[in-house]
Design a protein around this ligand. Sequence first.
Ligand code: SF4
Ligand code: SF4
Length: 283
Amino acid sequence: MNYDNHPCFSEGAKHSFGRIHLPVAPNCNLQCNYCNRDFDCVNESRPGVASAILKPRQAIRYLDEVLERIPNIAVVGIAGPGDPFANPEETLETLRLVREKYPEIMLCVATNGLNLSRYADDLETLKISHVTVTVNAVEPQIGSKIYAWARFASRMYRGVEAANLLLSNQIEAIRKLKERNVLVKINSVVIPGINDSHVAAVAREMAALGADLMNCIPLYHVAGTPFADIAPLPQEAAESIRREAGGFLPQMKHCTRCRADAVGLLGRDQTDEVRSLMRKAAI
Ligand code: SF4
Ligand code: SF4
């Protein structure tokens, strides 16, 4: 397993090595004010979107077929379309099946981190090398403007209480992952007027926890969400935020806002080529 071949964590690998996301996690335990998972459109490229939901065994059948056609896939990831750990059985079963059949492939998970901590040992056993955690705020007051609710251990949380719980669970999970030598990337959605002047503070606190990399993602317009009317972040502002955050954590600048069923190289997506295989596997 060569970790330098992860196309998201190593910019040098993005032209040569691809990834596949297996869409096995439909539910979410958090409501971010920029996300609308009801909307599924083949023309839309963003997290939270997938053309089908697969059961773990269907996902392996689909993976077998994709790997026959697209040989340079280096990473298998689970990134939704909900949250992997709001669907822990499906996520862990899929990772287990992939690890069993493809012992050398890199495994990756992208999560909001709310329910991640309790699975740190499972991830270590399954040799998950890369985890992305979306951390948009390290102050619950700011977080409370970003999240409508969080559901954890059969209870609903709202407002500052939800943001506080999310943050403390994220911190605990990242600590555990770093104790287990997992590479951790922090995704931060930069929301003008909400957390744009706070991203460097996120970078500083995540660097102190040992995170390895950060991806600052300007808010993407998604219809029907509370943030749908926020004006886009100007390019210059995005660059200056990355520069400032870069003082604490190396910055990933080649993110392509992948769908939860993305396939192929980051810059040359091949999801369309294999969509019929995915739908066939889902039947
Ligand atoms: Fe959407 Fe992900 Fe937020 Fe869940 S955690 S609401 S899937 S962006
Ligand atoms: Fe992992 Fe995210 Fe890259 Fe997918 S897009 S392989 S989840 S870092």
